[in-house]
Design a protein around this ligand. Structure first.
Ligand code: HEM
Length: 401
């Protein structure tokens, strides 16, 4: 089948309503898909192709950013950079995200999940995204970036348009809503960073958080520029919050959909980490992200011209029958070692630095739900997220007794 025969793009409602079916069709019939909608790009969907490309960063560059838009090279950080800058950037923040550092946050995260449930337990119904899945990672981001936790509502209003912009050809210029989100973010965080810098310069006590690390880390004796620190904060806010929110919503949704799996989990809470991992495989919170090829490449007979935007479909690799037994079965009893080979946190040098943190948040969230709301069930139709590259729910109505 040619690309013209299969309508696919993140903007396509049929894909958003049926991602598994469309990905399966693409894997089988059109493993290198091309479309000019909403702007020209290619998509790889076979597991082997996606992982091989992500491991070959010389050809599959991140310099034009992870979205459909061509961002300005050299301006973005992490997912928008290649070595050697990328390597230095990871070194700057990797200490904060080490598993041993993250584990120290466990008690605080468990307490947070309990406090959130205390607030809404009596209501017997509600939107589990708004009341629970969203505030968890946003509050943790406030701890990491040293901002007041009362501002999480403000942050969510910026994160959603920023995440939507990843699928738009105009990127940050996509709409008035996206532009305002970026402006408001930059204003707030420029002030916040300046305040912390002043404290540091005047020798006062400062929290030992990610922001202090970013302001004090040096490379060859040079500090990070304020512009770069702003870039880190913006990326982390988006990368670290909405993805984890969707993951928590997705795992709950599947457990409510497959009650026998939910009962299995309640009878054996040791399976919680596996349930999180299977949810990540089954419903990758990020469908896919883009690379740009530095030379002409031919894949499965399709020639991809140099500097094309090419989407790597993590979510499709996770459902590839050549890599997974019964890929379309949600099974929290899969072998834990094999299960961790899913591609939902990416592959290769850009592998998600926040993976241990989001796993910890997911584990704490699920454990609290099982303990406090074991009879949780669906209460009407959920609404999907409006960010095209993401998979999950904007709201998920539930009830319990
Ligand atoms: C379920 C939750 C999450 C998912 C599904 C997820 C997914 C991803 C994916 C797919 C990538 C690779 C991007 C690429 O290859 O272009 C990535 C990178 C990254 N993520 Fe996550 N992420 C999650 C949570 C987090 C959290 C909680 C944080 C931090 C607070 C975080 C920080 C990062 C960073 C810093 C990178 C960039 C690594 C690099 O470019 O070197 N993520 N994430």
């Amino acid at each position: 089948m040619n690309s013209e025969d299969i309508a696919f793009s993140f903007a396509d409602q049929h894909f958003q309503d049926n991602p598994t079916t469309v990905m399966s069709l693409l894997r089988d019939k059109c493993p290198v898909h091309h479309t000019s909608q909403p702007s020209a790009h290619y998509t790889l969907t076979r597991g082997e192709d996606v992982t091989a490309a992500l491991r070959d960063e010389k050809i599959w560059s991140s310099k034009f950013g992870p979205g459909l838009a061509y961002s300005e090279p050299g301006v973005g950080v992490l997912v928008s950079s290649d070595p050697p800058e990328h390597t230095q950037e990871r070194i700057a923040i990797s200490r904060i995200f080490k598993a041993s550092t993250i584990e120290k946050m466990e008690r605080k995260i468990v307490d947070l999940t309990e406090e959130l449930i205390d607030h809404f337990e009596e209501k017997m119904s509600g939107d589990i995204i708004k009341e629970f899945a969203a505030p968890i990672p946003l509050t943790v981001m406030c701890w990491l970036l040293g901002t007041p936790t009362k501002d999480i509502g403000l942050f969510r209003n910026w994160v959603l348009p920023m995440a939507e912009a990843v699928a738009y050809p105009e990127g940050r210029e996509a709409s008035a809503g996206v532009k305002v989100a970026y402006q408001d973010f930059f204003e707030y965080f420029s002030n916040h960073i300046a305040e912390r810098k002043n404290l540091l310069v005047s020798g006062q006590d400062v929290p030992e958080d990610l922001l202090t690390r970013l302001l004090t880390v040096t490379n060859d004796g040079k500090e990070l520029s304020i512009k770069k620190i702003l870039g880190f904060c913006q990326f982390l806010l988006v990368a670290g919050s909405e993805t984890t929110t969707l993951m928590i919503g997705n795992v709950l949704h599947r457990l409510m959909e497959y009650p026998e799996q939910f009962e299995l989990l309640k009878s054996n809470p040791n399976l919680i980490p596996n349930a999180i991992e299977e949810s990540l495989r089954f419903d990758a919170p990020v469908h896919g992200l883009f690379r740009t090829n530095t030379e002409e490449v031919t894949v499965h007979g399709v020639t991809v011209p140099v500097d094309s935007k090419v989407c790597m479909m993590f979510g499709s690799a996770n459902r590839d029958p050549n890599l997974w037994r019964d890929p379309d079965v949600f099974d929290i009893n899969r072998d834990p070692t094999t299960l961790r080979n899913h591609t939902s946190f990416g592959v290769g040098s850009h592998y998600c630095l926040g993976a241990p943190l989001s796993r910890l948040e997911g584990k704490a969230a699920l454990a609290a739900i099982i303990r406090r709301l074991p009879k949780i069930r669906a209460n009407g139709s959920p609404k999907q997220t409006t960010a095209g590259v993401l998979k999950g729910f904007a709201n998920l109505p539930v009830r319990w007794d």
